[in-house]
Design a binder for this molecule. Structure first.
Ligand code: SAM
Length: 285
C-alpha cells in the first residue's frame, strides 16, 4: 500500500508534523475558510482548516477539557456561558456537563464547521440538542459587542489562530467588549498557542487583556500532541477578582468523567515555567 501523509508545516518553529492518512473524507471551501477531513491510521479523524490542524479524534479531549473545566470550576456559579468559535462542538460538550450552566450560546462564524463535525465527529456533537444551547453563526466580536453589560459569567474563546477570520478575536477591542459583557467576577479564557513558539502572541494577549480592563490573568499549560511543538496554553482573565482558588471539592466529588482534567492537573497546569513570568510580567497588576 502506498504511504500517504498529511503534513502541517510551522514556519515560526522551523518544524512540521505529519500524520499518516488512510483517506481524505471531505474538502470544502466555505466562503470563510477551507475545511478538510482526513481518516488517519493512528489518530482517528483529523480536521484541518486552511492547512492548520484543528483537532484529531485521538487527542482532542485534552484541549477541550482544559479549555472548559479549569475556568468553569474557578467560577463559583457559572450559569450564563458563551463559546466564541468552537464550531466542532467539543468544548460545548464539556461545558454542558456542568449542571450549574443554564444557558450556552455558541457563536461560530462558519456554520459549515458544525455541520461537517456532526457528520465526521459525531462523538463531539452528542449534546448539540441540549435545550440549554443556542447556536449562532455570525462573527463572535460583532455579537459580543452588542450584548448588554454584565450579561455573561464565562466566555470561552475556542478560535482558530490569529489569522483570517480569527484575527479579530486576538484584538484589544475584542477583550474590551468581553470585559464589558461579563458580570463582576466573570471569567474569559482563550486558547493562547504554544508557549515555546508563540511568545509574541501570548505577550500581545496579556497586554490586550489588561488594556481591555481585566485586572487578573493566568496562563495554564497542557499538551496537545497535534499542535506545533506539542505544548499548548490557554489564558484566563477575570473581571475584578483574583484567580486564586477553584471549587476543588466539586472537582474531586464530581460525577463528570474526565479523561485528562482532575484536581491535581488543575493545580499543576497553572505552574509557570521559570522563563515565563519574566517575559510576560505574569505577576498580577
Ligand atoms: N481547537 C482549534 C484550534 O485551536 O486549532 C480551534 C477549533 S474551532 C474549529 C475554531 C473555530 O473558530 C472555527 O470553527 C472558525 O470558524 C471559528 N472562528 C474563526 N474566527 C471567528 C470569528 N471571528 N467569530 C466566530 N468564530 C470564529
Amino acid at each position: 500500500m502506498e504511504d500517504h501523509w498529511f503534513t502541517e508545516s510551522c514556519e515560526e518553529g522551523g518544524s512540521a508534523l505529519s500524520l499518516r492518512i488512510k483517506a481524505k473524507l471531505h474538502e470544502e471551501h466555505t466562503g470563510f475558510q477551507k475545511i478538510e477531513i482526513y481518516e488517519t491510521t493512528h489518530f482517528g479523524r483529523l480536521m484541518v482548516i486552511d492547512g492548520f490542524i484543528m483537532l484529531s479524534s485521538r487527542d482532542n479531549f485534552i484541549y477541550h477539557e482544559m479549555l472548559a473545566h479549569p475556568t468553569l470550576y474557578t467560577h463559583p456559579l457559572p450559569k450564563r456561558v458563551a463559546i466564541i468559535g468552537g464550531g466542532d462542538c467539543g468544548t460545548l460538550r464539556e461545558v454542558l456537563r456542568h449542571p450549574e450552566v443554564s444557558q450556552v450560546t455558541q457563536v461560530d462564524i462558519d456554520e459549515r464547521v458544525t455541520r461537517i463535525s456532526e457528520i465526521h465527529f459525531p462523538e463531539l456533537c452528542v449534546s448539540n440538542k441540549d435545550p440549554r444551547v443556542e447556536f449562532l453563526f455570525t462573527d463572535g466580536f460583532e455579537w459580543i459587542k452588542n450584548l448588554p453589560a454584565g450579561a455573561l459569567d464565562v466566555i470561552i474563546v475556542d478560535s482558530t489562530d490569529p489569522i483570517g477570520p480569527g484575527e479579530v478575536l486576538f484584538s484589544r477591542d475584542f477583550y474590551t467588549a468581553c470585559e464589558r459583557a461579563l458580570a463582576h467576577g466573570g471569567l474569559m479564557v482563550q486558547q493562547s498557542e504554544s508557549p515555546l513558539l508563540h511568545m509574541d502572541i501570548l505577550q500581545n494577549m496579556h497586554r490586550g487583556m489588561k488594556k481591555g480592563g481585566f485586572s487578573h490573568l493566568k496562563t495554564l499549560f497542557f499538551p496537545v500532541c497535534v499542535y506545533p511543538s506539542g505544548w499548548w496554553s490557554a489564558t484566563m482573565a477575570r473581571k475584578g477578582v483574583p484567580i486564586d482558588n477553584f471549587r476543588q471539592g466539586n472537582v474531586e466529588n464530581s460525577p463528570v468523567q474526565t479523561r485528562y482534567y482532575n484536581s491535581a492537573i488543575h493545580q499543576g497546569a497553572f505552574s509557570t515555567p521559570t522563563f515565563f513570568p519574566e517575559q510576560l510580567n505574569l505577576e498580577e497588576s
